[in-house]
Design a protein around this ligand. Sequence first.
Ligand code: PMP
Length: 438
Amino acid sequence: VKASNPLSFSLQAKMSKPVQARRLEGIDKNIWVEFVKLAATYSKVNLGQGFPDFPAPDFLTEAFTRALSGGNHMLHQYTRAFGHPPLVKVLAQFFEKLLGRDLDPMTNVMVTVGAYQALFCCFQALVDEGDEVIIIEPFFDCYEPMVKMAGGIPVFVPLRPNPPKDGKLMSSADWQLDPAELASKFSERTKAIVLNSPNNPLGKVFSRRELGLIAELCVKHDVLCISDEVYEWLVYDGKQHIRIASLQGMWDRTVIIGSAGKTFSATGWKVGWVVGPNRLLQHLRTVHQNSVYHCATIAQEAVAQGFQRELMLYGKPESYFVQLPKELQQKRDWLVQSLDGVGMKPIVPEGTYFLVADISQFKSDVPDVPNSDEPYDYRFAKWMVKNKGLAAIPLSAFYSEAHKNNYTNFIRFCFAKEEATLKAANDILQKWKQEKTS
Ligand code: PMP
């Protein structure tokens, strides 16, 4: 292109400005983009990304069909920006029961595009340039880039594993915060802590004692709590999910985040919510009204009907929130057995869709590359999907850059799958084990 051509000159000049906003620096990589593509290309059995391959319950899909073609054509139009009135009303009724306090559907609840957008609203609305946000490792990976996009500084504190000495399988409860270490992360610079109980990826359900410790520090240092509770109904072995907002001094400083995707096994619907005090939610509404503004009306209507059913059946055996964890516990146990049977030691999760397994005994199959930039578990998971057709996610994806290399012996499996899918995974593992020993 000749510079004497005035048109080409002006085009060249335009291309010289940086296009990328500074807030995106260093956050361009995303585990899901990479591993979802690998699973789509190579996997025979996909236990990677967290979504059920079994159908959503009939009462929910029927509610969607009714909303779609039931004659109320207004359900195809915009609804209230901060949440379709029937949905915020029933969510308020439901959470009144769970939290034991009165809630105003219009100011204490907001509907979001999945829990993802709820998280985004929290960080954008509550975190300022230079604010520190404590994140407990391992963590759902988007917390770190979302804090950074808001100008905040993530401060990491790890759950530390204490293997049981009696030869029993490890449980997610054996991963604990060191109280002194946690306390050392709080300062006047701390704006918020992100809590995720039940936790993705470990499946840890924080105990009342652990939550009490976090709550005490939040109150002492005037820190907010962004409480991601998307797996609130998926708790096993009679364990109880405790809401940190119900602990003393916490309601006024906590935003509870939920997901219809996880609650009703319909992750593609992308309906989520926040519940909290108006003093916090009013600022989340500002982000919402200036970003997505509004979520799909029909999906909100159907989720509202799902919650109305659950409100009626609350605590009864027919309730989906009673049935789903029972089914998932069975699936967890199948996968625990399969993995334990071949020596890929599982860490038995107390909740969620996920379990983390130790790959140490399988390392000889996948050669290490010393001084590589890629953590070993990434290489292992890639090798496994390409060579065995089994997709899982490396655990170090759930750690900060600084701590990734301490946790490269584990991969995460999703067990929210049909029995046939879990059997197919078992077949792959058994065959692999036989090849190793023959
Ligand atoms: N938080 C956690 C801990 C999650 O695991 C997920 C989904 N994997 C989300 C939030 C996002 O939920 P949603 O699909 O409703 O956006």
